[in-house]
Design a protein around this ligand. Structure first.
Ligand SMILES: NC(=O)c1ccc[n+]([C@@H]2O[C@H](COP(=O)([O-])OP(=O)(O)OC[C@H]3O[C@@H](n4cnc5c(N)ncnc54)[C@H](O)[C@@H]3O)[C@@H](O)[C@H]2O)c1
Length: 315
């Protein structure tokens, strides 16, 4: 079989576990040399552990592939540059970056601490920027590159994860901007929004929370069963290989959802309706907005979270 990524060099962040691990292994199996970046943090971003990255490198090498471990955190601008340099030093160039590093700090907005916010934004949004920023210098020079950034369906709006949703929305916008800036240099930038059972989605705590929601009638049995049967991260990696390959040279600035048995593409955000005012120097009066916004812009609209009566406190 012809390998699709022969002689290519890739950086995969968060590659010690979950989706990043599967992508690193899959890129290496296609011939790419891979920098397996992972400081091995806990799910909430605390601590470090060298073992996950080391194990992935050992696994790739055992399969005849090329890989080196890197334990830097993507949150640090300089450390991110070292990651990119590590790829150049190890494999001679940087062709592919896949940003999978991730942590979670779930809280409702009124309980979220500044640290919860900063930690999640730093790893996901700033980390993705840091890696892309340094990779783009090399990719622009060589007029070739593939950038794959992990977003989430949560970018459209989520509950209990405003930090994560904002970071993932930011990653979509960042990727879209990079696609437009780098496209002319033969570089593509796309997002993957996966669903996969990893420690991010399937902890004992998450499972217990789902059970509680089922028992209190907040979710249906059907939803609960499909959640508990969530497929593994190995179903995500073929799409990353495809986007990294020459066959995807013309795919740029897109967001794909991927899970076992399903790949879909998001529409590009567009304005759908407009009202215009040409008199009074274009200044809308408030009463005109009160009248026309519901009638013209919001016909058929449903509030995603309408007010509810206060719940009786259980004693
Ligand atoms: N699993 C899903 O269903 C799902 C859904 C949507 C989006 N995603 C996204 O996919 C990506 C991978 O998630 P996963 O489910 O495989 O999670 P995971 O927890 O299994 O893996 C994430 C890895 O990132 C590493 N990491 C954390 N902080 C880091 C840092 N500062 N620098 C470098 N690495 C760091 C962790 O050590 C961990 O090994 C994340 O961006 C996540 O938001 C996952």
């Amino acid at each position: 079989m012809n390998k699709r990524l022969l002689d290519k060099a890739a950086v995969v962040t968060g590659a010690g576990r979950g989706i990043g691990r599967e992508i690193a292994i899959a890129l290496a199996a296609e011939g790419a040399g891979v920098v397996v970046v992972d400081p091995g943090t806990a799910r909430d971003g605390s601590g470090t552990d060298l073992a996950p990255a080391e194990q992935v490198v050992a696994e790739i090498k055992a399969g005849g592939g090329r890989a080196v471990a890197n334990y830097n955190s993507v949150t640090d601008f300089k450390a991110a540059e070292e990651i990119i340099r590590n790829c150049e030093d190890s494999f001679g160039r940087v062709d592919i970056v896949v940003n999978c590093a991730g942590v979670l700090r779930e809280r409702m907005i009124w309980n979220m601490t500044e640290e919860d916010w900063d930690t999640v934004i730093d790893v996901h949004l700033k980390g993705t920027f840091n890696i892309c920023r340094h990779a783009c210098v090399r990719m622009r020079g060589q007029r070739y590159g593939r950038i794959i950034n992990l977003t989430s369906d949560a970018w459209r709006g989520t509950v209990g994860q405003s930090n994560y949703g904002a970071a993932k929305g930011g990653i979509v916008s960042l990727t879209s901007a990079i696609a437009r800036e780098m496209g002319r240099y033969g570089v593509t930038a796309n997002c993957l929004a996966p669903i996969a059972a990893t420690r991010m989605t399937m902890t004992e705590e998450v499972k217990a929370g789902m059970k509680k929601r089922l028992e209190s009638g907040m979710i249906t049995k059907e939803f609960y069963d499909s959640f508990m049967a969530m497929p593994g991260p190995e179903y995500v990696s073929p799409m990353a290989v495809y986007l990294a390959s020459d066959a995807a040279a013309n795919i740029n600035g897109q967001v794909f959802h991927i899970e076992k048995g399903r790949v879909s593409i998001y529409s590009q955000p567009v304005e759908t309706l407009a009202i215009y005012k040409t008199t009074e120097n274009g200044m809308f009066r408030v009463e005109e907005l009160e009248d026309n916004v519901p009638k013209m812009l919001l016909a058929g609209y449903i509030n995603p979270a309408p007010p509810e009566p206060p719940k009786e406190k259980s004693r």
